[in-house]
Design a protein around this ligand. Structure first.
Ligand SMILES: C[S@@+](CC[C@H](N)C(=O)[O-])C[C@H]1O[C@@H](n2cnc3c(N)ncnc32)[C@H](O)[C@@H]1O
Length: 467
């Protein structure tokens, strides 16, 4: 399909796509996307629907290295994808409720500011307004300010009109439609009482026009930017991420859609989970390190020093090599565990602890969580706390081999030799019952089942023969 281009046209389109990316954030880097861009250009310049004319406009934009102001709106209108509907991805609502409840309980006066960034034709901000009305009394409703923005003038015009078709309600209960919309000839008109809760603005997210005190885009509590950034290049998202960070209050939250989550790009934020929703929080005061135990660790026994290398061989291999960053809500335990391993690999031990606490606070009680917690605390040299977590892991699953082995090492570090011997002995028994396949996959790299047995046996024999 791209073969239809001659190489000169392709070069022109590449230059044009670079300008689009710079000015709108939208990325057209693959050949297929470049082709889509070319086809769409005919829609933008429909009155001049000849190949020569379209190419001459591309040439003039390429020459100026910017899109003239009068073309920016039609280009944005046609290149953006405005698909949206009411109460889309509804896993965010329990999170919003809990966030607002907290503010209301702590602060009795201030406004709560929510920004729907990339709101399209308004279904997202109006859904939030309806949700607030459904859940809070009038005095709280009046404190919630919803700002909604988009680059597409066409989408904003539809949003301010507030008239929708049935298609916008594919995920909404009829009770809500009857309560907040008036039906007229198959169209659904949103009530003024909802409409007036939302202020719409035209804003290009790639611009530097925010934080903006005039538009109220500062000290925000919540930014929703969902199903917008997936069309952007990583560089553009990085730029927007910083600007979102600066526009939020400390402790404010950023909600993207699950597919847009990327902890490397949103690196200023801390990822958190609430129910089925994963989101980013702006945290400005880092948790203090608990250095107390760390300094105590200088009193290591000689056994520990001798065996440190063996422990290192096992422990370092147990935190490795999972690279997944994106976390779909439904699978969040497995993915969270991968993510925690990833954090531990990168030495982000405090962040790993934070993630583990969130899992536990959310009622998770799998043995692996407590084992990972023990592992991270052991890396932080908080040995007695690590041991405590290890015991919890083993209480939940007495056959958790990793936890059993780790407890052996931790007992050694605490000079509790008898208990260490017992842990290694039990580890060997668990290993006897495990298949080679199970043991081989336990530690992901470097240590196969027989090497593991060898290490534990030698530790057990050394300890036992030392009396
Ligand atoms: C698919 S809609 C998402 C609507 C809504 N957030 C949702 O999740 O249903 C994406 C919206 O992002 C807007 N958009 C794309 N690029 C933008 C930019 N550079 N600045 C502001 N909005 C942009 C589009 O105009 C479009 O309305």
């Amino acid at each position: 399909m791209i073969n239809e281009f001659d190489s000169t046209l392709k070069e022109k389109l590449i230059s044009f796509a670079i300008i689009i990316e710079k000015e709108l954030g939208l990325s057209f880097r693959s050949e297929q996307k470049l082709y889509d861009l070319y086809v769409k250009l005919f829609d933008i310049f429909s009155s001049t629907n000849t190949k020569e004319k379209v190419i001459s406009i591309i040439d003039s934009i390429n020459l100026k290295r910017e899109i003239p102001k009068d073309l920016l709106t039609p280009i944005a209108n046609i290149l953006t994808i405005n698909e949206t509907y009411f109460f889309r991805e509804s896993n965010i609502y329990p999170l919003l409720k809990s966030y607002i409840d907290k503010i209301v309980s702590l602060e009795s006066v201030r406004d709560i500011k929510i920004w729907s960034a990339g709101c399209s034709s308004g279904e997202e901000p109006y859904s939030i307004a309806i949700f607030i009305k459904e859940n809070y009394p009038k005095d709280i409703v009046s404190r919630v300010k919803i700002i909604a923005s988009d680059i597409s003038e066409k989408a904003l015009q539809k949003a301010t009109k507030g008239v929708f078709s049935k298609w916008s309600f594919r995920d909404v209960k009829t009770g809500i439609i009857d309560k907040y919309f008036q039906q007229n000839n198959g169209e659904f008109h949103i009530l003024d009482s909802v409409k007036e809760m939302v202020v719409f603005k035209n804003l290009n997210l790639i611009s530097n026009n925010y934080p903006d005190y005039g538009k109220g885009l500062f000290d925000l509590d919540v930014i929703l930017c969902r199903n917008v950034l997936m069309y952007f290049s990583e560089e553009s998202i990085g730029h927007i991420s910083n600007k979102f960070f600066n526009s939020l209050l400390s402790n404010g939250i950023l909600i993207t859609s699950a597919v847009e989550m990327n902890d490397l790009i949103f690196k200023n934020f801390i990822r958190e989970i609430y129910g089925e929703c994963i989101f980013y929080r702006k945290v400005t005061n880092n948790t203090q390190l608990d250095k107390k135990e760390s300094s105590n660790s200088k009193n290591k026994s000689s056994i520990v020093k001798i065996e440190k290398r063996k422990k290192q061989e096992i422990i370092s291999n147990s935190t490795i090599k999972k690279t997944s960053i994106y976390i779909p809500p439904k699978e969040h335990l497995t993915k969270s565990i991968d993510y925690i391993r990833e954090l531990a690999n990168r030495g982000e031990l405090d962040l790993a602890v934070r993630e583990l606490n969130i899992l536990i606070e959310n009622g998770r009680s799998e043995s692996i969580i407590y084992y990972l917690y023990a592992l991270v605390l052991s890396e932080k040299k908080e040995t007695s706390k690590a041991l405590n977590m290890c015991q919890k892991a083993l209480y939940l699953d007495s056959q958790n081999l990793e936890a059993m082995i780790l407890s052996g090492f931790l007992y050694m570090e605490c000079n509790q030799k008898e208990k260490a011997i017992k842990s290694f002995q039990t580890s060997l028994k668990i290993m006897e019952k495990s298949s080679d396949k199970e043991l081989n996959t336990l530690f992901e790299e470097g240590i196969n089942g027989s090497r593991l047995k060898e290490i534990i046996e030698s530790l057990y024999i050394d300890l036992d023969s030392n009396g």
